[in-house]
Design a protein around this ligand. Structure first.
Ligand SMILES: [Cu+2]
Length: 476
């Protein structure tokens, strides 16, 4: 087994910030130093370096003695691997997160690999046959990191080598091709599909207190969530929905959120993009104690600045947020460029918004590739009358960038992260990175069904058909 560490994975000569960042700076140094220690230990513990192999080498007609598998967010590439009984898998992490490669039900696995690291995995302990591969970092297999491994010169070997996404389909029979065509048409014709549960339900205050404070209640809890027709997942939620309730309040409101934790572990709530006192920023243990299971914590702050924010768990965020602990919190209305001319288009001075739609993007965890907690064909279409003006707030709570493409109607980007732009601009594709919000105006002026989707094509299609980050604007 050989583990190679990228040259930059050494302890940095970090200098702690002076002032209020000192604690965080020190913590980072400790974490980085510890990480470097782990790297060097792993490298030391795996001193056997005679497994260096030429990628893809193999006898003509037999299974190759080695095969290269790369790990990315969130795929094992290629999905189908073939290697001879005495062979090795060269596994390399080309992703930005930590990944590993595990042969399911067998004691054959790589270490957890950081970006740029690789390991030669000896598969000689496996008998000839077909095996399931996953990355077993929490949530990654569900997000798509699955594959198959064929060991030995089995009849399945040739078949497996040609299959998978982006595989060579020239050997496909007409029947197989027709089946793939049909699957694609069937999934598209199923849109919009009914599923249980709707996210983004407006959150009303449970009471207006004596001093005018609006008091809201949020409960963090795990529920069964139908992410696509018939596919139930364990969602981590606020008030049992994904995304969590849509919180829209007025500028100047006094707000109180009683957050009860019914999760199996601790939580907190960070108000991303909202101005709050430091003690309300929701970062345990720096600004508050962890909300332990069964406990309630109260957040109180005034809505002092207009915002299109998101709220989500901060602690265990890499798991809790993709699993569903995310929602939109908006203060006031986004200022629009009424009466201005942008790229030759006159924006009406009396423009009224007919529909204001949050669109939360996600790509990982139990929820996976989705718009507003649903995967196509369970995503909700946006139904519009010709000529109306629709305001959409994209919010990316996933782990990857998503270029959101609306067919036919250019999107007028009016605000970034809730901050109105001095120079709004039109784009047919708006790239939304994790944590970002873009507010876009759309003026559908042409009847028809116009699809609207992430343009990373593996986020919207798989061989079984269309899925994931697709919806449509239906213009009457
Ligand atoms: Cu995408």
């Amino acid at each position: 087994m050989t583990v190679t560490t990228p040259p930059d994975a050494t302890a940095p000569e970090a200098t702690p910030d002076r002032g209020r960042g000192t604690d965080i700076g020190l913590l980072l140094v400790v974490i980085l130093a510890f990480t470097a220690l782990v790297f060097s230990f792993v490298a030391f513990a795996s001193g056997d370096d005679d497994a260096e192999t030429a990628a893809g080498g193999g006898d003509a007609g037999g299974a190759p003695t080695s095969a290269l598998a790369t790990l990315t967010e969130f795929a094992i590439n290629p999905e189908s691997l073939v290697v001879s009984g005495s062979g090795v898998l060269d596994v390399r992490n080309d992703g930005s997160q930590v990944h590993n490669l595990v042969v399911v039900d067998h004691d054959v696995r790589t270490a957890d690999l950081n970006n740029g690291e690789s390991e030669s995995l000896d598969v000689s302990s496996l008998a000839e046959g077909e095996y399931e591969l996953i990355c077993d970092i929490a949530g990654h297999a569900d997000a798509g990191m699955r594959g198959t491994l064929v060991v030995g010169d089995t009849p399945a070997a040739g078949e497996a080598a040609g299959g998978g996404h982006g595989g060579d389909h020239t050997e496909m029979t007409e029947e197989e091709a027709d089946a793939l065509d049909q699957a694609m048409m069937d999934t598209m014709n199923a849109f919009p599909a009914e599923t249980e549960g709707v996210g983004n339900e407006p959150l009303e205050p449970v009471e207006i207190m004596a001093d005018g404070t609006k008091r809201f209640e949020l409960t963090a809890e795990i529920v069964e969530w139908e992410v696509e027709p018939g596919k139930m997942v364990e969602a981590w939620t606020y008030n049992g929905m994904v995304p969590g309730p849509y919180i829209k309040v007025d500028l100047g409101d006094k707000l109180r959120f009683d957050v009860t934790n019914d999760l199996p572990m601790g939580t907190d709530v960070h108000w991303h993009g909202i101005r709050t006192p430091n003690s309300m920023d929701g970062v345990a243990p720096y600004t508050q104690d962890l909300i332990k299971r069964g406990e309630t914590f109260t957040y109180e702050f005034e809505a002092v600045k207009k915002a299109v924010g998101i709220y989500h768990a901060h602690v265990h965020g890499q798991m809790a947020v993709p699993n569903g602990m995310l929602g939109i919190i908006q203060i006031g209305d986004v200022d629009l460029p009424r009466g201005r001319t942008i790229s030759g288009v006159e924006i009406p001075a009396d423009l009224e918004i007919s529909q204001e739609i949050p669109m939360v993007l996600n790509d990982a965890g139990t929820i996976g590739l989705s718009l507003n907690g649903k995967s196509f064909p369970a995503t909700a279409p946006i139904v519009a009358e010709q000529g109306e003006w629709i305001l959409v707030h994209y919010a990316n709570e996933g782990l990857q960038v998503h270029p959101m493409h609306q067919h036919q109607f250019p999107q007028l980007v009016v605000a970034k992260d809730g901050i109105p732009l001095d120079n709004p601009y039109f784009a047919d594709t708006v790239n939304v990175a994790p944590g970002e919000r873009y507010s876009v105006l759309i003026n559908p002026d042409d009847p028809g069904t116009w699809v609207w989707h992430c343009h990373i094509l593996t986020h919207v299609e798989r061989e079984e058909g269309m899925f994931g980050m697709v919806t449509a604007m239906v213009v009457n």
